[in-house]
Design a protein around this ligand. Structure first.
Ligand SMILES: Nc1ncnc2c1ncn2[C@@H]1O[C@H](COP(=O)(O)OP(=O)(O)OP(=O)(O)O)[C@@H](O)[C@H]1O
Ligand SMILES: [Mg+2]
Length: 305
């Protein structure tokens, strides 16, 4: 996928994904050693985006399996296309001299099987990125099925047989830690903890989405993010929510958050009733803005250095 570490660094940078050297090195090693990458961390911290950025950097496709409670193997691997099989049987029945035995075998061939993301990922000539997103939503049985795939890169499907990978995909597993991912899967993977970014890094990310704004504004947004995350909110803001806030301020024609803007900005800053109440506390918002300005100045200084 990548010829060198520099290739990963330059590729990710070109996609607009802001990554530190730990992320780029781990991605490089995982792609080289065919190890899945397990990404764990809070919502909106860039886990899913990293998989897309790696695929874009490697000029390949993402096969995405979005996990949910109750997901089954049919959804992940695929199933026989029964309407197509039926149609074919009806057409064959009209012709003479059908060899039903070989026809039955043909009906269970690959052309009658509609592939889910796991099977599709094995069929690429050039490795793709297989994103198994929000793996913490699935049960143990499903996890065990994945283990087999990730160990031997084959899938055994009843009636269809064993499918061997044409190329080994780069597997990215993400989790928000609602359920603990089992140890066997952890052992096979490289593990990256994706936390909220530092203020300097967050300013860089905001700058990518609002490039026409000033550096002070980008640092200011990172400052408000850091201040809000220090407030023990029920739902501290994610990177994506800070990007939303920056874009909203641009639409409102301002680069500054003042204490008077509290009520108008609450729907963007507080996403639960408890958090709303916290931000409505007397003088609370003003002191938040004060902290944010301080953090913003620090981020600006750090990025200038
Ligand atoms: N390091 C980063 N570089 C560039 N953009 C980022 C970065 N981290 C987060 N973002 C931005 O934040 C958005 C949300 O990230 P993403 O959807 O990947 O989060 P997630 O960790 O998968 O969250 P969830 O657990 O809710 O699915 C991205 O679309 C991107 O715009
Ligand atoms: Mg995600």
């Amino acid at each position: 996928m990548f010829v060198s570490l520099e290739d990963v660094v330059a590729g990710l940078h070109a996609t607009g994904y802001v990554a530190d050297s730990i992320v780029t090195t781990t991605v490089y090693l995982a792609t080289k050693l065919h190890k899945p990458l397990l990404l764990e961390g809070p919502a909106g911290s860039g886990k899913t985006q990293l998989a897309f950025a790696v695929a874009e950097a490697a000029h390949t496709t993402v096969e995405r399996l979005q996990c949910y409670e109750g997901i089954n193997e049919e959804k992940a691997i695929g199933k026989f296309d029964e309407p197509l099989q039926r149609l074919c049987v009806e057409l064959k029945a009209k012709s003479n001299g059908v060899d039903w035995e070989s026809f039955q075998a043909a009906l269970h061939g690959r052309q009658f099987f509609s592939a889910g993301p796991l099977l599709s990922a094995l069929e690429y000539q050039k490795p793709c990125v297989l994103l198994i997103d929000e793996l913490d939503k699935v049960d143990h049985a499903f996890e065990a099925m994945l283990l087999e795939l990730l160990s031997v890169w084959t899938l055994t499907i009843p009636k269809l047989g064993t499918i061997h990978a044409k190329s080994i995909p780069f597997v990215v597993l993400t989790s928000n830690e609602e359920r603990r991912i089992g140890d066997p899967l952890r052992r096979r993977s490289f593990y990256l903890r994706v936390e909220h970014p530092t203020a300097e890094r967050e300013a860089e990310i905001v700058a990518l989405t609002t490039p026409d704004s000033s550096r002070e504004f980008h640092a200011g947004m990172a400052g408000i993010a850091k201040a809000l995350r220090g407030w023990s909110l029920e739902k501290p803001p994610s990177v994506s929510e800070i990007i939303d806030l920056a874009q909203a301020l641009k639409l409102m024609g301002t680069e500054q958050i003042t204490a008077e803007m509290r009520d108008i900005l609450l729907p963007l800053l507080a996403k639960t009733e408890a958090d709303r109440r916290k931000l409505l506390l007397r003088d609370g918002f003003a002191s938040l803005i004060f902290d944010a300005q301080q953090y913003g100045r620090e981020a600006l200084r750090a990025n200038a250095a």
